[in-house]
Each structure stands twice: as structure tokens, then as C-alpha cells.
Ligand binder design. Structure first.
Ligand SMILES: CSC[C@H]1O[C@H](OP(=O)(O)O)[C@H](O)[C@@H]1O
Length: 342
């Protein structure tokens, strides 16, 4: 199993996802500012993984606070929470995890040192819960995959795998469960410009586990669907609004439109913690805009001439009506039926 975040020897170790597949390198994180940097620079990325990383980050911050006064401790901890909130705006898991750690600290009786101990245990619990949730999503996904007699060819976008979670993955979790159940023949992985999480991370995960994978460029997806090469599309999510509108990696919306045009089922796989009931529709979801260099440069190669302008939204919003089902750890639901979980 691939675990992108590990607690070991009193430190957090992150798989440096900016180095995969060229190099498998662990980064040791001892301070909250380094965890904030790791989230912002996408050493660790993926909505659930960001939440777990933030939970450990909150403990690392708590560990740095030198006071036995609970009020002062909580005040400083809230400041650290603000630091982590400013790393990336779209994945709701980040904010949910910070809030859960703050609430735990506020509600825990005892000395500051005892609270710190409880915070570490809470971060570990959040980590373990996410792995179990992803495994449940994976297995629940089997219930809604097309019942085709032949094994399925599933297209996915970006990386919603073990690397994007605490382990096992959401979209790739369904793919892993389908592979284990001998329901899958091949994964088609969109490379996913501009950061290429599909070509680099999803492909790496599949190769690690012997799952046949074909990497395609994002602009090949429609052609593959038209040629009858794809039986289903499964993607992850960063934030889902109450009406089922879903924010996910840029390019997901166009993939959903193309799937609809070819009458191919389009699934979103995500834990309940990704649903933001504070937002009525996807129009209210903040879309992160990232450094233009991600668009004009691949590795050391600059793609464009001087003098051009850029736009780099990291996510887009797929309207609920383009989503066949949202696969959660409690089962697959229609996008318009999320209120049952509120
Ligand atoms: C398991 S959902 C992961 C989700 O996060 C990714 O974004 P990023 O790589 O920028 O963190 C992408 O939207 C995935 O679907």
C-alpha cells in the first residue's frame, strides 16, 4: 500500500510528490511552517491528503507552543490554523481538518501537555479514518460500475489515488477495488495539464500495483470515447456543494461534458468530508489560481515566447446534472440527494 503521509520517530514524513516518478523521496517535516510549505508547493497534494497533512501540521504547531496557559495555547494554535488555511483555498478537507483539531483542543480537559497528546492522537485517527473511508468508497463503487459482461476500461483525470489521500484513493480506490474484483481491464489516465498528476502520479500508482494503464493527453479523451474505448469515467473531488456541483482538477468539467455527449457514466468518488453544505451551489466554490510557470514551463523547458499572458485556474466546477452518481463511503447517491447526509 502507498501511504503519502507517515508519522514516525516523532516526525511527519511526506512522499515528495513533485519528484515522482523520477525519484521516490521522503521529506521529514518537524515544524508547522514546513508543513504549510509542503501543502502550498504540492509536495503533498490531493484533497483528503491535504486534510490529513493539515491535521499533523496543527499538532506540529501545538508542539511549538511553550506555555501552560490554556487560553494562550488555544490563541496561538488558532494562529497556526490561519497559517495552514492560507496554503490552498479549494479543497474543503484542509479546513475541516483544521477545525476538527481546534475543536478537539478547545474541548479537551487537562493540561496543555495533555491536550498536545490528544491532538497527536486525533491527527493519527484522521489519517486512519481516511484510509478506511477510501477503502469503503472503493468497494461501494463496485455497486454502480456498468454491469457489462466484459471487463471495464475506466478513464480517470488527475490523481485521486493513494497519493491524494491517506492511502488507497477515492477514484483510484474504486479502480483498485475493480481490479481486485477482476472487473477492470485497463485504466486510461489523462495526463492532466499543467501539473501532469495523471501522467506522473496515477500512472506511477498503477505501475506499482500491476494495473494496466494507458496515459493519454487531455485532448484525446473525446476521441477515445467516440472510438468506444471507455466504459466509465471516475474522478475525485476537492469540494462538493450541497446541490452536487463538484470542484475538481481543471479539465474535469470538459471531461464530464464529453462523457455526457457519448452517454458514458461519469462518477465522482469522494468522502462525505468533501461535501460543503455551507455552499448551495458550485458557483460559490473558490477556485485556486496558481503560478503561471506551471503553464508555460514543463521541467526546464519554456513552452511560450516572451510577451504572452497566462491564466492558471487549478480547478473547475462540474454541474451536478453532468454527474451520474457521487460515490461515498456510505454508497453511491444522485448528486441532488446529498442533503440526506447533512
Ligand atoms: C482524492 S481527490 C484529489 C483531488 O485533488 C487534486 O488536486 P491537486 O492535485 O491540485 O491537489 C485533484 O483535483 C484530485 O481530483
Amino acid at each position: 500500500m502507498i501511504y503519502p503521509i507517515l508519522w514516525q520517530d516523532d516526525s511527519v514524513f511526506l512522499i515528495d510528490q513533485t519528484r515522482i516518478p523520477a525519484e521516490y523521496r521522503l521529506v521529514k517535516i518537524d515544524r508547522i511552517e514546513d508543513m504549510a510549505h509542503g501543502i502550498k508547493t504540492m509536495i503533498v497534494r490531493g484533497a483528503p491528503a491535504i486534510g490529513v497533512a493539515a491535521a499533523y501540521g496543527m499538532y506540529l504547531g501545538a508542539r511549538e507552543i511553550e506555555t501552560d496557559n490554556k487560553s494562550i495555547f488555544l490563541e496561538k494554535l488558532a494562529f497556526f490554523g490561519q497559517q495552514l488555511r492560507q496554503t490552498r483555498p479549494t479543497a474543503v478537507n484542509l479546513f475541516w481538518a483544521i477545525d476538527r483539531m481546534l475543536k478537539t483542543a478547545q474541548e479537551t480537559e487537562g493540561t496543555v501537555e495533555q491536550i498536545k497528546t490528544v491532538l497527536l492522537e486525533t491527527a493519527k485517527t484522521i489519517n486512519q479514518e481516511d484510509i478506511q473511508t477510501c477503502q469503503a468508497i472503493g468497494d461501494k463503487g463496485l455497486e454502480v460500475l456498468p454491469p457489462s459482461p466484459q471487463k471495464l476500461r475506466i478513464l480517470t483525470h488527475c490523481n485521486a489515488g493513494a497519493l491524494a489521500t491517506a492511502g488507497y484513493g477515492t477514484a483510484l480506490g474504486v479502480i483498485r477495488s475493480a481490479w481486485k474484483a477482476e472487473r477492470l481491464v485497463r485504466v486510461y489516465a489523462d495526463e492532466t495539464r499543467p501539473r501532469l498528476q495523471g501522467a506522473k502520479l496515477t500512472a506511477w500508482e498503477c505501475v506499482q500495483e500491476g494495473i494496466p494503464v494507458t496515459v493519454i493527453t487531455d485532448n484525446m479523451a473525446a476521441h477515445c470515447m467516440k472510438k468506444g474505448m471507455i466504459d466509465a469515467v471516475i474522478v475525485g473531488a476537492d469540494r462538493i456543494a450541497a446541490n452536487g456541483d463538484t470542484a475538481n482538477k481543471i479539465g474535469t468539467y470538459s471531461l464530464a461534458l464529453v462523457a455526457k455527449a457519448h452517454q458514458i457514466p461519469f462518477f465522482v468518488a469522494a468522502p462525505l468530508s468533501t461535501i460543503d453544505f455551507q455552499l448551495a451551489t458550485g458557483a460559490e466554490i473558490t477556485i485556486e489560481e496558481r503560478d503561471f510557470a506551471e503553464v508555460y514551463q514543463v521541467g526546464d523547458t519554456v513552452l511560450t515566447p516572451p510577451g504572452v499572458d497566462f491564466y492558471n485556474p487549478a480547478f473547475d466546477v462540474t454541474p451536478a446534472e453532468l454527474i451520474t452518481k457521487i460515490i461515498t463511503e456510505y454508497g453511491a447517491v444522485n448528486p441532488g440527494d446529498l442533503k440526506q447526509f447533512q
